[in-house]
Design a protein. Structure first.
Ligand SMILES: Nc1ncnc2c1ncn2[C@@H]1O[C@H](COP(=O)(O)OP(=O)(O)OP(=O)(O)O)[C@@H](O)[C@H]1O
Length: 236
């Protein structure tokens, strides 16, 4: 970590979450504590069912933990309960999501798939479209601006999904298997892009991954087992 990466963007202390009760109880998060700084691209690894998605969803304020403490981009948002009433706005302000299946809306072209995030946040349509075009150019998919999601290659769709996640300039970007569907070369390019975004936007990126190809491209790796974080590893 260099001296410019000191701003803590994601801070968790003893975050816990269970599902079910009695014999069916699952402790999906057990006292998870971690700190992730601006300009870091961090990987979250672990076997199926170990709690990775639960952790990503808790950080994304989609899922309410049972207990613990969470500060996002300097604001304490959870202290044994949500401290912000408008979680949707919180998400729009602070968080960008990149989903494995892209989640692009099939009936909107690429520009509108990005612009819609901004119009939902209250931007005028014209400004939203301009920003969407700018982002698609930044991600080098501007030649596909008018294409519908069904017409895109896997790599192109992933870049449009990343453009959408960046639209509101979030400082925390959560990615679920961002390279799973891509060959090594495209996966490498997506990783280059995520590093570029982390540096240029002073953002923290947390990627759930099973993808061995990209392990060397992560600044740090956290491993989860049975809802617990095991020791973090620096990249090799
Ligand atoms: N909504 C839910 N209701 C009940 N149990 C759940 C729910 N969500 C997750 N779980 C359970 O919590 C545990 C952690 O699940 P989670 O999806 O976080 O794991 P994961 O590490 O992301 O797995 P995968 O790699 O398969 O996506 C699992 O045992 C899962 O069955």
């Amino acid at each position: 970590m260099n001296e410019n990466t000191t701003t803590a963007l994601v801070e968790l202390k003893q975050l816990s979450k269970h599902f079910g009760e009695g014999a069916t109880r699952v402790d999906a998060l057990r006292d998870v504590s971690l700190t992730i700084h601006a300009r870091e691209v961090v990987g979250l690894l672990g076997p199926s069912g170990s709690g990775k998605s639960t952790l990503l969803n808790a950080i994304g304020c989609i899922l309410e933990p049972d207990s613990g403490w969470m500060r996002l981009d300097g604001d304490v948002v959870y202290d044994n309960r949500w401290l912000r009433r408008d979680l949707r706005r919180l998400r729009l302000e602070k968080i960008g999501f990149i989903f494995q299946k892209h989640n692009l809306l099939p009936f909107l072209n690429c520009t509108d798939n990005v612009a819609i995030v901004l119009t939902l946040a209250g931007w005028p349509k014209k400004a939203a479209v301009e920003r969407a075009r700018e982002l698609l150019a930044y991600l080098q998919v501007d030649h596909r601006m008018e294409a519908m999601p069904g017409q895109l290659s896997g790599g192109e769709a992933q870049r449009v999904a990343i453009a959408r996640a960046l639209a509101n300039r979030p400082r925390i970007i959560l990615a679920d298997e961002p390279t799973a569907a891509l060959d090594s070369e495209r996966a490498g390019r997506v990783m280059d892009l995520l590093h570029k975004v982390a540096i240029e936007q002073d953002a923290a990126i947390i990627a759930v991954t099973h993808d061995e190809k990209i392990l060397g491209r992560l600044d740090r790796i956290y491993r989860m087992v049975d809802g617990r974080l095991t020791d973090q590893e620096d990249d090799g």
